[in-house]
Structures are given as C-alpha cells and as structure tokens.
Design a binder for this molecule. Structure first.
Ligand SMILES: [Zn+2]
Ligand SMILES: [Zn+2]
Length: 141
C-alpha cells in the first residue's frame, strides 16, 4: 500500500488533513459539535428514531451520526454495534471496510503488486525464482 495512513480526506468536506483520531477535519468537528446538539435534542423528543429518520429530519449526514455513535456519544437502541466503512462510509457490522470495498481494495492491492510500484520488493522474489530455475541442477547424480 503506497498511501500515507496519516493523511486522509475529511469524510465530510473532503479536505486533506492529518488524521488524529477522527475521520473529520477540525473545522468539521466544530460543526459536528453543533449537529450533535441538534441530534440529541431530536432524540429526546423522538425516542426510538432510527438513524435514517434522524438524518432526514435533522439534515445531519448519516456519516456524522454514525461517527457520534461510534464515539459513544449517541446511542440507538436498535442499532447495536455499528461501524462505518473507512473507504465509502457504508454502514457495516464489523471490521474496517464493507464487503464491496474489501473486494476493491484487494484488487487494487493485487494489481499494484503485479504491475509497477515498489520494484525492489516485487523484483526480488521473481529474480529468485528466475535464477533458481537456471541454476537448478540435479542434486544427486
Ligand atoms: Zn472537514
Ligand atoms: Zn465501503
């Protein structure tokens, strides 16, 4: 994998920033604080509301709500353990990526292994195989 794990796009405004702990940049975190209050107020009036409903009614993106859930600041009784795919933001039950992204990431990984990229790493085993075939001689003859 060639990308720097510490630099990522804010999941809200797509600005690149250095990841600290949240998937959002500091400007968005400020906004999320405001949205948190909105959601909390909504939930106190509408107990049992689902995430989709809250997002619709408050205008707060689902991603933001899920983030707050993961942070333990909001809870939805029906939701259980919810996670968000770190690539596309889809709601998933476990892990870091949804099935779709796991497939895509695997493909990306494999293609970068096979074609270009870090020639040092990829060339070594090939060379070994190649020379191995050439110097191979019958051992006991
Ligand atoms: Zn942002
Ligand atoms: Zn995904």
């Amino acid at each position: 994998m060639a990308f720097d794990l510490h630099i990522q796009a804010c999941q809200r405004c797509s600005k690149l920033f250095r990841r600290v702990r949240s998937p959002f940049c500091s400007a968005c975190l400020d906004l999320i604080e405001e949205e948190f209050v909105v959601i909390r107020d909504y939930l106190t009036e509408h107990r049992g509301a689902g995430i989709g409903q809250v997002a619709d009614q408050t205008g707060v993106p689902e991603k933001t709500i899920l983030y707050l859930v993961r942070e333990g600041r909001l809870s939805f009784g029906t939701l259980g353990e919810a996670f968000q795919c770190e690539r596309c933001g889809a709601l998933i039950q476990e892990g870091r990526f949804c099935d779709r992204c796991v497939g895509a990431l695997r493909k990306e990984f494999l293609s970068s292994e096979n074609t270009s990229g870090r020639s040092d790493d990829t060339a070594a085993p090939d060379l070994e195989l190649y020379t191995g075939m050439h110097i191979r001689k019958p051992r006991d003859s």
